[in-house]
Design a protein around this ligand. Structure first.
Ligand SMILES: Nc1ncnc2c1ncn2[C@@H]1O[C@H](COP(=O)(O)OP(=O)(O)OP(=O)(O)O)[C@@H](O)[C@H]1O
Length: 268
C-alpha cells in the first residue's frame, strides 16, 4: 500500500497522480502533475486549449500507449496498483476504466449489438437482454430506443448516440468513466441530459471529465483542476496544473490569480 501524506487515505481515492509529465517525442507537453481523484466523485479538467487536459486524461487508462511518440514520467496509482507497472494488462485496465469521446462513436452495428459486443468479448455469462436493457436504462436512453433495438446505432441523433456510447461503456461494468469533452458536439438539451446522467452515474462510478464549458464544470463536478500552459525557452508550450480544489472554491475563491482570471473569463 502506498502511503498518503494528506488526510485522505488511499481507500477514499480511485487514483493518485504523482508527478506526471507527458512527452510527445522530445517535446514535454505537460509537466509535474499531482492529483488525488476521490472515489465516487466527478472531477473536471478545465483550462485553455493545448494545456494538456486530454493528454493527462488519456494517461488514466493508458490510451497514450496507442500514440507511438507519447511517453509518460511519474506514476499513477489506481487503488494500490501502479497502472504503468509491467504486470498491468492495458486491455484489462481499459475494461475497468472506460472512456467516452468528444465525438459520439457508436459501432456501425445495431443499438443492441453496441451494448452486447463488448460484453461478449469480455466473456459475459449472464442474461444479455437484461444487460442491454439495464445499461440503456442507466444511460437514460432506454425509453427512446426500446422499440428499435435492431436499428443501427448510427441512425440515432448525436445526443442519443452519445448516451448510447455511455451505455456501451457502462455495460462492461467499469469503475471509472473518463469523458473527453462529451458534450461539445451536442445541442443544449442533449447536453443537459448528459449532465443529469452524470449526476446519477457518480453514485456508482468515479468520473473525470475534460470540458471547455466552465458552466458545465461548475454545474456537474465536485472537484476541478485548472490547467494552464506557459511558453518554453525553445518557443514551444508546456502545460501544468495551476490549481486543484473543490469546484466551489475554484469558481468562487481560487488561490491563484491565473485561476481567478480564467474562471471570470479574463483569458483563455
Ligand atoms: N498525438 C500527439 N502528438 C503530438 N503532440 C500532441 C499529441 N496530442 C497532443 N499533443 C500536444 O500536446 C499538447 C497538449 O495537448 P492536449 O490535446 O492534451 O491539450 P488540451 O488541453 O486537451 O487541448 P484542447 O482543449 O484543445 O483539447 C499540445 O501542445 C498538443 O499539440
Amino acid at each position: 500500500m502506498v502511503q498518503d501524506s494528506s488526510t485522505q487515505t488511499l481507500t477514499d481515492l480511485t487514483f493518485k497522480v504523482e508527478n506526471v509529465g507527458v512527452y510527445y517525442g522530445s517535446a514535454l507537453a505537460v509537466r509535474d502533475v499531482f492529483l488525488d481523484i476521490p472515489k465516487g466523485q466527478i472531477v473536471a479538467f478545465i483550462g485553455p486549449s493545448g494545456c494538456g487536459k486530454s493528454t493527462i486524461l488519456r494517461c488514466f487508462n493508458r490510451m497514450n500507449d496507442l500514440i507511438p511518440s507519447a511517453r509518460m514520467t511519474g506514476r499513477i496509482i489506481y487503488h494500490d496498483t501502479d497502472i504503468y507497472a509491467r504486470s498491468v494488462d492495458p486491455v484489462e485496465l481499459r475494461r475497468r476504466i472506460g472512456m467516452v469521446f468528444q465525438k459520439p462513436n457508436p459501432f456501425p452495428k445495431s443499438i443492441y449489438e453496441n451494448i452486447s459486443f463488448g460484453a461478449k468479448i469480455n466473456g459475459y455469462q449472464g442474461d444479455m437482454d437484461e444487460l442491454v436493457e439495464q445499461s440503456l436504462r442507466r444511460a437514460a436512453i432506454w425509453e427512446e430506443v426500446k422499440d428499435k433495438l435492431n436499428e443501427s446505432g448510427l441512425s440515432l441523433s448525436g445526443g442519443q448516440q452519445q448516451r448510447l456510447c455511455i451505455a456501451r461503456a457502462i455495460a462492461i461494468e467499469p469503475e471509472v468513466i473518463l469523458m473527453d469533452e462529451p458534450c461539445s458536439a451536442l445541442d443544449p438539451i442533449s447536453t443537459l441530459k448528459i449532465e443529469e446522467l452524470m449526476q446519477e452515474l457518480k453514485e456508482q462510478y468515479t468520473i473525470i471529465i475534460v470540458t471547455h464549458n466552465m458552466q458545465q464544470a461548475s454545474r456537474v463536478s465536485d472537484k476541478t483542476a485548472f490547467f494552464n500552459a506557459e511558453a518554453t525557452e525553445s518557443g514551444g508550450k508546456v502545460g501544468y496544473l495551476v490549481e486543484y480544489d473543490d469546484t466551489q472554491t475554484i469558481f468562487t475563491n481560487p488561490q491563484q490569480e491565473y485561476t481567478r482570471d480564467y474562471v471570470s473569463g479574463r483569458f483563455g
